[in-house]
Design a protein around this ligand. Structure first.
Ligand code: HEC
Length: 140
């Protein structure tokens, strides 16, 4: 009898854990696939099919270190563009400006950043719309 109860609890827990995981998986998939479409439309021309960038004009999106270090600044880059006099990535300097994307809503920025930070060799997990909204408040 006791064993049955314990068995029941184990089964119940496994079901609950599986349900939670698939919720998280689904959220990730939703962000990632939406982001892939936005990337194609808004970013791919410059940053390339595989995030490889373009010579010394456009920086690559394959540099996990830069993307991790600037995780909470990425939303500002996408929304407002960036024109650092010299942006150094993988010890290479890039000087061209990136244009702003003022037409992208926070949810679209969250999706495209989830795509970028989980493609091209990156694996950072979901960047949610809540995080993006908070990050955007800190843009200078
Ligand atoms: C017109 C070309 C162009 C488009 C379109 C563009 N970028 Fe950029 N992007 C650049 C350039 C140039 C830089 C470097 C700017 C600098 O040196 O100050 C840059 C820098 C970046 C950076 C920081 C550096 C790095 O390589 O990690 C990120 C992240 C980024 N872009 C993401 C995006 C995303 C996401 C989109 C689409 C929403 C996008 N860009 C659209 C040209 C572009």
């Amino acid at each position: 009898m006791k064993l049955k109860v314990i068995g029941g609890i184990v089964v119940l827990l496994s079901v609950l854990i599986a349900a939670c995981q698939s919720d998280a998986d689904q959220e990730f998939k939703r962000y990632y696939t939406g982001g892939a479409a936005i990337y194609k439309q808004k970013c791919q021309n410059c940053h390339g099919n595989n995030g490889e960038g373009l010579t010394s004009l456009i920086p690559p999106l394959t540099d996990t270190t830069f993307l991790k270090k600037n995780k909470n600044y990425l939303a500002c880059i996408v929304r407002n563009g960036i024109n650092e006099r010299v942006l150094t990535i993988n010890s290479k300097a890039y000087e061209g400006p990136m244009p702003a994307n003022t037409d992208l809503a926070p949810i679209q920025i969250a999706k495209v950043l989830t795509f970028v930070t989980n493609s091209f060799g990156n694996k950072q997990g979901v960047i949610t719309v809540d995080v993006v909204e908070k990050d955007l408040e800190g843009c200078q």
